[in-house]
Design a protein around this ligand. Sequence first.
Ligand code: 5GP
Length: 155
Amino acid sequence: EPEREVLTWATFGDASRDLTKKIVDDGFVPDIVIAIARGGLIPAGAIAYAIGVKAAGTLNVEFYSDIEETLPDPVVLEPLLDTDSIVGKKLLVVDDVADSGRTLALVIDLLKAHTPDVRSAVIYTKPRTIVRPDYSWRETDKWINFPWSTLPVIT
Ligand code: 5GP
């Protein structure tokens, strides 16, 4: 069994506050926080509250089918973001982790076609990422267990 980076709910609470502090200290005030669903939903919600931004949106992207098992390419799934509503807005895109960085790269490209100031925040960055997130809490090369996706689905 390879070693894992385990993020608990309690540590996630501190991480999202620390990450938000980095964004605020940098002087960035987004108009809209965009979550990359599903992994970025909970981090984006925590950051939106901590930063005091009420406008939130989601972009649904699928890439990993299982642990360390990816689809050929990340794909945007429905429901789609209403891109008319983001024109000229400062966006903060939030995901759980930039691993290969391909999900973040896809989303940033897509959003930058509609508005110029698009920045990204993630809890974790892996060294191999093809895009450096603007804001990141920690770096690791391990597989991360997030508190929201570790327990089995309730049936
Ligand atoms: P990327 O496109 O940067 O390779 O990763 C896209 C998505 O895959 C992440 O947003 C996350 O949902 C999932 N993923 C990548 N690496 C990990 C990991 O170490 N642990 C977990 N739980 N999910 C990961």
